[in-house]
Design a binder for this molecule. Structure first.
Ligand code: NAP
Length: 349
């Protein structure tokens, strides 16, 4: 090229697509409040940049913390409007420049929360970096794959962060999305026994069907005595508290001397200084648990691969307690808030 001449700019954008429409439906939050603030809107199809793929979403996970976000009662306040949803599974429909076209048609899961994109899941389509998708093994349904993202990883890492081998552990909200998996992961970790704590008789049955050795209703007055009876008067060695609020203080009364309370109910700790003093006098400890800071890229891939394989092999039962079409997203949130659900709640856009 001669000095001073300008090279012609060639914009080459290669995308490989299946047939995609111009707009899509999504559930959007434009203000905080009751479930009905979730509105179904028509949005432009997400754009597709170099290195990205567009995924046709077949299952989007709903998590309890999203009901808190919706009411602006979570640790973080999002900018509105926002399409909530931090985890999806679906089929790759288009790939952008630089992405292997063989990805088209692949069944993938996308842990949006773990790759810096904690929104956009309650929709028909999403575009993400190709490097952020995880291929789902054959035979594992989309809804099960999505259940293993936030909730599966939480269960797996709760157990990994504690040392439950040969110990009695107790699990709160035991029939819920996290709890139903946590019971099973804890059993696989060679615990002595797993005690499920849940809020109604049907949930206790669900927990027992998943392998819990005991299941007690923590809405009743007698549940702490029942835990003591099941543990020769000692109490549980480890209690995983994902619920928080008043339950945490009650859990301390069911904790053995030298026991550990693993607290995972972010932003919902109501422990008093007095309760902490009582703990210290019994050599008990409290450990915080937050999923996100534990997920580096390697841990994320390794743990997901382990969870997917266990579920695919039938060694981990993934309970899908509610399937809702996108337009019934408010109904899904309402059911979660009213404690009516067991297992994973999914949107099927
Ligand atoms: N720290 C972290 O990184 C992390 C990560 C993921 C999830 N979590 C927490 O884990 C918990 C479980 O999450 P999930 O998505 O799997 O939900 P979920 O357990 O499927 O549903 C929530 C359950 O919590 C129980 N609950 C207790 N008090 C409640 C109340 N006041 N309102 C509504 N439900 C109440 C209910 O079960 P019962 O009727 O049996 O009490 C309810 O069914 C949530 O609190 C979530 O914030 C924490």
């Amino acid at each position: 090229m001669m000095k001073g001449s300008v090279a012609p700019v060639r914009m080459v954008r290669l995308t490989f697509t299946m047939n995609t429409p111009a707009t899509m439906q999504a559930a959007q939050l434009s203000r905080f409040g009751a479930p009905d603030v979730l509105e179904i809107v028509e949005l432009p199809m997400p754009s597709l940049g170099p290195g990205e793929v567009t995924v046709r979403i077949r299952a989007a996970g709903i998590n309890f913390f999203e009901t808190l976000v919706r009411r602006n009662r979570y640790a973080v306040t999002p900018h509105l409007p926002i399409v909530p949803g931090v985890e999806v599974a679906g089929v790759v429909e288009a790939v952008g420049e630089g992405v292997d076209p063989d990805l088209i048609g692949k069944r993938v899961a996308v842990p949006l929360f773990a790759v810096g994109r904690p929104a956009g899941g309650y929709a028909e389509y999403i575009s993400v970096r190709a490097s952020d998708v995880v291929v789902i093994p054959d035979g594992l349904p989309f809804e099960q794959a999505v259940a293993l993202l936030v909730q599966g990883l939480t269960a797996a890492l709760l157990v990994r962060q504690s040392a439950p081998q040969a110990k009695t552990v107790a699990v709160t909200a035991a029939a819920g999305g996290v709890g139903s998996l946590l019971i099973q992961v804890a059993k696989k970790a060679n615990t002595k026994q797993v005690i499920a704590l849940a809020g109604d008789p049907n949930k206790l049955e669900v927990a027992k069907s998943l392998g819990a050795d005991f299941a007690f209703n923590y809405q009743s007055h007698s549940w702490i005595d029942q835990v003591k009876d099941a543990t020769d008067g000692k109490g549980a060695d480890i209690i995983y508290d994902t619920v928080g609020g008043p339950i945490t203080g009650a859990c301390l009364n069911a904790l053995a001397p030298l026991g550990e309370l693993v607290f995972a109910a972010l932003n919902r700790c109501q422990l008093t200084a007095r309760a902490l003093e009582t703990m210290f006098n019994q050599n008990q400890s409290i450990k915080g648990f937050a999923l996100l800071p534990l997920l580096d890229a390697v841990t994320l891939r390794d743990e997901l691969s382990r969870l997917f394989n266990l579920a695919q092999a039938g060694c981990l039962k993934v309970l899908i307690g509610g399937r809702y079409p996108l337009e019934q997203v408010a109904e899904a949130h309402r059911a979660l808030e009213k404690r009516l659900t067991t297992g994973k709640v999914v949107l099927i856009p």
